[in-house]
Design a protein around this ligand. Structure first.
Ligand code: COA
Ligand code: ADP
Length: 576
């Protein structure tokens, strides 16, 4: 085991639920359990990650095909963080189900756990999301998929957030390209350590594989899992050449299958260490296919970046030597690997903030812009999907609900307006007009228009806190139009911090973890508006000091919002 399993990490739910007539089971759910045998393991008796990826892809592909009713191919697998390694004699369990079907592609969620049969203990290994495209058959094109109907509230939430993950995936390549090209990280070619560094060329690996029938489906298309396994295998050799030992794979950045390969193709695999940090290092690997009968022409199948660590005898992370990149491409990859590492760390920080660590504001940085926006929207979607909202009161057709969870008290206010949903969306997205209906927005200043959907602004309003009459927020507002019929319009808000708007002595800097609107079209000129706000201890004074006051205050704001929308609907520009 890589790290000792903590009590809190144990899987609480039983993995296997006997199906009875009244237990709902998703029709696309596929489970697979495998006993780890020596043939699946490396020389240390640990399950090879390549084998894990193959099983994962098989389970997920079957789930995709259950929905599609035709063969599916892997298009991408999102970033994976491995929390534990697995050993011979343990059982690895896979559970996959379709979260959402889009047009020709669908997202499958996969949960991987490990089970120790001798103790009965189970723990999480990782979660993954894979996207598949439905193909009509040999030589045939993509197939339009039927929509997926979520069966439970949890599935409804995954369905909703899947649209946001898809948006991020489709922007991934472009985002990473922009980030690495704009990175200001310099090669430290003058340091003493660098002079005694390991030459990157010593870690270069080249290999070739022939695609045989067992590596492909019945249509002859190579399984994505097989390609990932081959890529992982050459990356592991490159990694072991660097640290002269057997490192452990910690994370894999998104895999994207750019083109197909078939039985009979030769797959060329190349790997090299791109950069080494203090205790982790990145190996890049590139897979290309030489197709039958046109051996002189190759197509780029996939490129992946894997992060490894080296463990000492006591299980502690070992300190690593520096790497000396090769001139030209090597130096570029060295800088790009540093930029990718920064992106990974920033994302971890965003996730940990979501889990209520302080401070709640995440630092704004263009390198995590897409992820922050994704996180902003998905936090609102998750809050909206909660099941245990309790109706608190009804005031002038507005219904106020509360939800208590840990240190958070959340509110939602629901009302209907006789205004077209696009007009409501346009009016509520315009933060510069919020002061017209929300007395807490006394002063508004746009700090940055990030893109079409995201803005950062500074707002000042009254407070009941001691020491000042005013508080301020720096908020990221992210808006989304529906991905498909049946999705709401969304406007999500969360606090960020950035040097252009530092806290000042005369204002109490306050923070919002999650707030915003969901807008559902009820009829052509009727919209159901739900306003959410997660009241962390820091923002309670934003409204007033007690629950009754809070409820009354929120209802008053929503009533003013209602009036504002009715009065301004004809002025709203709905060109979305
Ligand atoms: N992640 C997730 N989904 C992606 C994606 C990515 N990086 N890139 C494209 N897609 C989705 C698109 O959103 C679209 O889905 P939608 O119809 O539901 O909106 C679908 O894939 C097709 O995208 P499109 O831009 O029309 O691509 P295309 O027609 O050029 O080809 C593939 C897409 C998947 C058919 C092609 O890239 C391919 O054959 N890849 C190899 C797949 C394979 O064989 N994998 C097995 C291992 S080799
Ligand atoms: P990039 O060069 O932009 O990183 P590629 O798709 O060309 O993208 O390659 C992905 C990774 O594969 C590289 O970062 C590198 O680590 C590895 N790689 C590419 N070409 C070679 C090669 N000829 N030899 C060894 N490794 C390679």
């Amino acid at each position: 085991m890589m790290a000792e399993t903590k009590e809190s990490e144990l899987v609480e739910e039983p993995l296997f639920i006997w199906k009875t007539e009244d237990v709902y089971t998703n029709p696309t759910e596929v489970k697979m359990s495998q006993l780890i045998l020596p043939c699946h393991a490396n020389h240390r008796g640990e399950l090879s990650t390549g084998q894990l990826l193959k099983w994962m892809d098989t389970t997920a592909c079957l789930s995709a095909e259950r929905h599609a009713n035709c063969p599916c191919v892997t298009v991408s697998v999102d970033d994976i963080d491995f929390e534990h390694t697995l050993s011979i004699g343990q059982v690895v369990n896979f559970k996959a189900k379709v979260n959402r079907a889009f047009n020709t592609s669908l997202e499958v969620g996969i949960a991987i756990t490990c089970e120790d049969p001798s103790s009965g203990m189970q723990w999480k290994v990782c979660n993954a999301f894979a996207t598949f495209v439905a193909k009509g058959g040999k030589g045939l094109g993509k197939v339009q998929l039927k929509p997926m109907a979520p069966g439970t509230s949890e599935e409804q939430m995954e369905y909703s957030i899947a649209a946001e993950r898809r948006r991020m995936r489709l922007r991934h390549l472009e985002t990473i390209k922009d980030l690495v090209s704009s990175s200001t990280i310099q090669n430290e070619t003058n340091s003493e350590e660098y002079q005694s560094a390991v030459p990157a060329g010593k870690t270069r690996v080249e290999s070739i594989e022939l695609v045989l029938p067992p590596h492909a489906n019945h249509q002859g298309n190579t399984f994505g899992g097989q390609i990932m396994a081959w890529m992982e295998s050459v990356a592991a050799i490159s990694a072991s050449r660097f640290c002269k030992g057997h490192p452990v794979l910690k994370t894999i950045d998104m895999f994207h299958f750019r083109g197909p390969s078939n039985v009979g193709d030769r797959i060329s695999l190349k790997a090299i260490v791109n950069n080494a940090f203090k205790t982790s290092f990145e190996v890049g690997v590139c897979a290309e296919a030489y197709h039958q009968e046109v051996w002189d022409r190759k197509t780029h199948i996939n490129s992946a970046f894997l992060t490894f660590v080296m463990l000492g005898k006591d299980g502690e992370l070992s300190t690593l030597p520096c790497i000396k990149p090769e001139p030209g491409d090597g130096e570029r990859r060295y800088r790009e690997a540093s930029a990718r590492k920064k992106i990974r760390l920033d994302r971890k920080y965003i996730i940990s903030c979501k889990q209520t660590e302080v401070p709640l504001s995440v630092p704004w940085d263009p390198s995590n812009q897409v992820y922050l926006s994704y996180n902003n929207i998905s936090a609102l979607k998750m809050l909206a999907a909660k099941q245990n909202w309790v109706l608190n009161c009804t005031q002038n057709k507005a219904k106020l609900f509360t939800l208590e969870e840990g240190q958070f008290l959340s509110f939602k206010v629901e009302m209907s307006v006789s205004v077209n949903v696009k007009q409501v969306f346009t009016l509520l997205s315009d933060m510069s007009r919020r002061h017209e209906w929300d007395s807490h927005y006394q002063k508004f200043e746009l700090i940055q228009k990030v893109d079409e959907d995201d803005v950062i602004y500074h707002v000042i309003g009254p407070t009941h806190s001691k020491g000042s009459n005013f508080q301020d927020f720096v908020l990221l507002a992210s808006r989304r139009v529906p991905c498909a019929d049946g999705d709401p319009y969304l406007i999500a808000l969360r606090s960020v911090s950035l040097p252009a708007a530092p806290p000042t002595e005369d204002l109490v800097r306050s923070e919002v973890l999650c707030a915003g609107f969901t807008l559902w079209e009820e009829e052509d000129t009727q919209t159901r508006i739900t306003y959410y706000i997660q009241a962390t201890p820091g923002i309670l004074p934003y409204i007033t000091c007690n629950i009754t006051g809070l409820s009354a205050d929120l209802c008053k704001i929503i009533e003013a919002c209602h009036k504002f929308l009715e009065q301004n609907k004809d002025m709203a520009n709905v060109a979305l």
